[in-house]
Structure formats: structure tokens, C-alpha cells
Design a protein around this ligand. Sequence first.
Ligand SMILES: NC(=O)c1ccc[n+]([C@@H]2O[C@H](COP(=O)([O-])OP(=O)(O)OC[C@H]3O[C@@H](n4cnc5c(N)ncnc54)[C@H](OP(=O)(O)O)[C@@H]3O)[C@@H](O)[C@H]2O)c1
Length: 267
Amino acid sequence: MLERLRDPFGFGRPGFERHAKDFGDLPRLDGLRVLITGASGGLGQATRSACDALGATTFDASRSSGWDLTDPARVGALAEELGEVDVLVHNAGVLPTAYQETAEGLELALALNLVATHRLTRALPAKKVIWVSSGGGLTQSLEVEPMFSPPKPYDGVVQYARTKRAEIVLAKLWARERPNSCFSAMHPGWADTPGVSSSLPTFHKLTKGVLRTPEQGADTIVWLCGAQVETGKFWFDRSQADALPLPGVRSAAADEAALWARLESLL
Ligand SMILES: NC(=O)c1ccc[n+]([C@@H]2O[C@H](COP(=O)([O-])OP(=O)(O)OC[C@H]3O[C@@H](n4cnc5c(N)ncnc54)[C@H](OP(=O)(O)O)[C@@H]3O)[C@@H](O)[C@H]2O)c1
């Protein structure tokens, strides 16, 4: 009862432990080449370690390993170097605490969380593509123009959530574009990572006792790397989840088409 009060959405560790009672073994990944963006820390690093242990050959794309994904030239070079992979995990993400712009003139969260993932999906053939979205994305309707031109004063939490909503939509749109590959978006819950403690220090302080470990947050990412699932869906704790659970939150077809057109225009 107390746990339900401390973790009302099941996004924390108590929720994971409850849901994990129904989990089987993770699928083996022998022979698979898996690229995980942002695998130098946090959830990406935990995902990479788990994939390695399950037999995959893994690659990291982060600034620490020389790949700033907000630079379109580095995205192209990365795709050229790897040629193709079996699984592409779009994990690198940022929640900026203040407005920042890339050299290309895009707001930082938009550039890394969304535009870079679209470019890399286009440039690097993969049988499976996974977007690590966020529960925050569920709070926002898909709104393309405010995401590309964030209103002032800048609110990094809202901007981040808009990009995370758009990631869920993008998995669906890519599933239509490439019916022979599998595209998924997922929500890792709330995990204790460097990103959470630096971008959301108050949230981190208040929830620290119930946050998931990075390994628990990474579990569904790793599961999706090996599981046979329906393309274009949204996942949480190894189950398909409702991407529009809140009243009044929408993802209109016209906005989805506008999102695709904006991203394609940036290729
Ligand atoms: N932790 C949570 O509770 C939580 C909840 C919901 C969703 N998520 C999502 O899960 C993903 C991982 O989150 P996290 O908490 O593990 O974040 P994190 O601790 O901040 O790690 C982010 C990773 O992204 C890399 N990165 C940052 N900027 C980059 C760039 N320009 N190019 C390439 N890589 C870059 C970082 O490595 P370098 O610094 O070396 O570049 C790092 O490896 C994010 O997409 C986040 O939105 C996390």
C-alpha cells in the first residue's frame, strides 16, 4: 500500500519489481550487431552491458566515443563506418535546463532526441529500431511548430516532453515507411542516472528512494532487442502500452504528417 503511494504510476522500482514477477529470461542476442546511442553512461551503458552479456556485438555512439549526434556530418560518418546493424537503439537524449542551440540552429533537445534519430534511421539500415522515449512524452500532445520554435520563456521540461511524444509517433511513422523492419518506442520508467540527477535535481532528490536502477530501466530496451514484437507500438515493462492514456492529449494525423515532412526536409 505504502509502495503504491510512493510509486503511483509504477514507473519506479516498486513498479518494476511488481511487473518483473511475470518476466521470463531475456532472449539471447548471439550474432546480432547492436548500436546503442549514448551508451557511455546511464541507461545506454546498462543496455550495452546487458546486450554484451547476451552475446551481441555492441557499439556506442556518444560524444565520449567521438560521435556528437547533433552534428549531421557525424551521423553520416557513423552510418558509413558501421554499414548496417541488426538493432539500432536511439537512447541518447537530453533535457536541457536552459535554451541551447546546435551549430545547425536547432534547439538542443529537438536536435538530439528527434532530428538525429530520424537522420540515423534513414542513414543506417537496421532490422529493428528502438526509441527510448519517456513517460513525460505521455503528458504532451503532438505539436510540431512549438517544438521546432520553442516559446519563450524556454521550458526545458515541456520541450523535452514534446520531443519524447514525437519519438513515439516517429516509431509509428517509420513502421509505415518500412514495413519489413520493426520499429518500437518504449518508456524506461524512472531510473537513477546522471541525466536525471543533473537535469532534474529536485525530482531526483524527492524520488531517489524509489528510482529504478539503470539496469531495471534498461530491461525493456534489451528485451525489445531480441523479442519478436508487432512493429509501430509503444512498450513499458515488456508489455504493449497505451501511448495516449491521458484525457485531452492527442496525436492528430495532420500533425503526424507535418512532423514527418519537417524531419524529411532536414535530411
Ligand atoms: N533515466 C530516466 O529515468 C529516464 C526516464 C525516461 C526517459 N529516459 C530516456 O532514456 C535515455 C537515456 O537517459 P539517461 O537518463 O540514461 O541519460 P544520461 O544519463 O544523461 O545519458 C545520456 C547519454 O547520451 C549521451 N549523449 C548526450 N549528448 C549526446 C550527443 N550530442 N551525441 C551523442 N550522445 C550524446 C551521453 O554521453 P556523452 O556525454 O558521452 O555524449 C550519455 O551516454 C534518454 O533518451 C532519456 O530521455 C530516461
